[in-house]
Design a protein around this ligand. Structure first.
Ligand SMILES: Cc1ncc(COP(=O)(O)O)c(C=O)c1O
Length: 384
């Protein structure tokens, strides 16, 4: 390796370490929600995005196992070669009927879907308008694209509207539920402004789908209007992984030609599509999972709402905003001593001085586990 790379790597790692911002991967030895084994110790996991508890559901596991016996484990090719199956088609039909679209295009991840949409659509004279707190996959695609990018203050629809440039073809993007704050975007207003200005609208529903609305239809439950592009990801409430872009026929045709993450990437397997279809059915019909989440959220608020660090949300994402990165790590460490697993989220993932624990609830938690978390957090705040 050239010495410049070595020097750069060492310097940047040292800087991160000194700032207390070094990220580290931790191998989970066994288990999912709610219990998991790390370093020979059992922890209750309050960090996962498996909001509905589907990732470890016996019903879903059985469907996946049976599908693997029938269809195998890999798709073997990209969708335009031989990677697209009748099972993908059934999943697409179910998603389109449920969410009100003509077509669904599948991707290996939400990150890829977001990048694919922005990079395929935007040209140099275009304008991209994004909420300041949109996910890194959207921000990065905006920076990589040749279009001009403007960012509006978080959820501020007046500021959003002021970004207008009548000369430019405009794409506007918001999340439905913000991943690090757990708050909900004013999607109805967002879509009305897009419509009024004839902007192309896109909503990333990664944390809304499965969680919001009576049948878990996410963004759809927030407005009678539908965004031109809806991104749903399967790694959160679906308990699996992958993503889809939902859109009208002509947009899907365009993305099929020009979205490079679609054309040049191996499709997820037919078995995976079968499992995802089962997840759709479970999300739609097992409303008790959302009711349980709401009950757990009430319990969490009941114990902790008196703290400055507490933030009221109506989603399973419960940010606990400590401020300093080191202090957040200390609280996190203290919770580990009580067998509770949370993740410290620090800059650059969140703005400076707003380091936090991103606590997430799941329908697979018990109320007693949430009570234990609240007691442990109260204690951690006293000693840290
Ligand atoms: C809002 C949002 N969009 C997209 C993604 C990326 O999805 P995936 O994990 O499927 O790549 C995430 C992941 O955390 C997210 O929070």
């Amino acid at each position: 390796m050239t010495p410049q790379f070595n020097t750069r790597i060492e310097q940047q790692l040292a800087e991160r370490k000194q700032a207390g911002l070094l990220r580290q991967t931790q191998a989970i030895e066994q288990g999912h929600q709610p219990a998991m084994l790390v370093g020979g110790q059992v922890f209750t996991n309050f960090s996962s995005n498996d909001y509905l508890g589907l990732a470890s559901s016996d019903e879903l596991k059985l469907t996946y196992q049976q599908a693997i016996s029938q269809f195998g484990v890999g798709s073997g090719a990209s969708p335009l070669v031989t990677g697209y199956s009748a099972q993908h088609q059934s999943l697409s039909d179910a998603l389109c009927e449920w969410l009100g679209y003509e077509r669904a295009l599948f991707f290996s991840s939400g990150f890829a879907a977001n990048q694919a949409a922005l990079l395929a659509l935007l040209q140099s004279d275009d304008l991209l308008i994004q909420d300041k707190l949109n996910h890194a996959s959207l921000m990065e695609a905006g920076l990589l694209s040749p279009a001009q990018m403007k960012r509006y203050r978080h959820n501020d629809m007046q500021h959003f509207q002021r970004q207008i440039d009548a000369e430019k073809a405009t794409l506007a993007v918001s999340e439905s539920v913000f991943s690090m704050d757990g708050d909900i975007a004013p999607i109805d207003q967002f879509l009305a402004i897009c419509k009024q200005n004839q902007w192309c609208s896109m909503v990333d529903d990664a944390h809304g789908i499965g969680v919001l609305g009576k049948d878990g239809s996410g963004c759809k439950s927030l407005s009678p209007e539908t965004p031109d592009l809806l991104v749903v990801t399967f790694g959160k409430a679906f308990g699996l992984n992958g993503a889809a872009i939902l859109c009208r026929q002509s947009m899907a045709e365009y993305l099929t030609q020009f979205a490079r993450h679609y054309v040049y990437s191996t499709a997820f397997s037919a078995s995976h599509a079968v499992a995802l279809l089962k997840a759709v059915e479970m999300i739609q019909t097992q409303g008790w999972r959302r009711e349980k989440l709401s009950e757990l959220g009430d319990g969490f608020a009941h114990y902790l709402s008196g703290f400055d660090e507490f933030v009221q949300t109506s989603t399973p994402i419960k940010p606990w905003i400590v401020g300093s990165s080191q202090q957040t790590l200390n609280v996190c460490q203290q919770l580990k001593q009580q067998q509770i697993w949370t993740t410290a989220i620090r800059t650059p993932t969140v703005p400076k001085n707003s380091a936090r624990l991103r606590i997430t609830l799941s329908a697979s938690h018990s109320l007693e586990q949430v009570r234990h978390l609240c007691r442990a957090l109260t204690h951690a705040m006293e000693v840290c």
